[in-house]
Design a protein around this ligand. Structure first.
Ligand code: B4P
Length: 193
């Protein structure tokens, strides 16, 4: 079983690359952003709550996100493993993921981080905002707030996994194919350990 956290700032390409990686490795994809957006679209109680945070570029509170992930893993437990895309985003979420996987005698294999500079990310997100209808992608101030939240609350997770010897960085700028090949090399490297 391999459990990969695909990490990186907003717009780094986590969703784009996860879609290809799950096909190649047969892993189950958990994108917390996608689950929130599904709930927003269907106007569930979770969706209404999540929207109030996401539209401002803030994180959905840990208790809500952690419970959602716990339920998702319970429903999708499998032999091959997971790609976690956009989760964990805080240290408390990282600790929760360890605890939940332990219940299944599993653990995080590796965090693989896509590194892209902020100006490129703003261009990507504004571009996506033109067609996606996502309010969090349409306003530069909200996008900048997402980076602030990323720098303050999410980036410390890199060190959290580095200390466990489970952090690998991959260049996230270039063609989608090139980046995919580099991610596959990183995954093949850690899955043979
Ligand atoms: P997410 O849905 O996780 O999305 P993201 O960070 O915006 O984008 P991602 O990195 O997946 O980028 P993508 O591949 O789409 O989060 C949205 C919000 O949900 C968060 O701000 C937060 O409020 C909430 N949330 C989610 N998880 C949470 C959690 N765990 N805790 C609390 N709150 C949570 O790529 C972006 C764009 O770039 C696309 O248009 C793509 O086509 C383009 N692109 C990709 N690769 C490219 C490349 N190589 N070159 C050029 N363009 C590229």
């Amino acid at each position: 079983m391999i459990n990969i956290i695909l990490f990186g700032p907003p717009g780094a390409g986590k969703g784009t690359q996860s879609a290809r990686l799950i096909e190649k490795y047969g892993l189950v994809h958990l994108s917390t952003g996608d689950v929130f957006r599904y709930n927003i679209k269907n106007q569930t109680e979770l969706g209404v709550l999540a929207k109030s945070f996401i539209d401002k570029g803030q994180l959905v509170p840990d208790e809500v996100t952690n419970q959602m992930v716990k339920d998702f893993i319970a429903r999708n437990n499998n032999d091959k493993g997971f790609i976690f895309d956009g989760y964990p985003r805080t240290i408390a979420q990282g600790e929760n993921l360890d605890r939940v996987l332990e219940e299944y005698q599993a653990n995080v294999t590796s965090m693989i981080a896509l590194e892209v500079d902020e100006d490129e990310l703003v261009i990507r997100l504004l571009e996506r905002g033109k067609s996606s209808g996502r309010p969090d992608d349409q306003n530069e101030a909200i996008i900048r707030n997402r980076f602030k939240v990323y720098n303050d609350e999410t980036s410390p997770l890199a060190n959290f996994y580095a200390k466990k010897g489970k952090f690998v960085a991959v260049k996230g700028k270039g063609s989608i194919d090139e980046i995919f090949q580099n991610l596959c090399k990183a995954i093949d490297g850690v899955s043979q350990l």
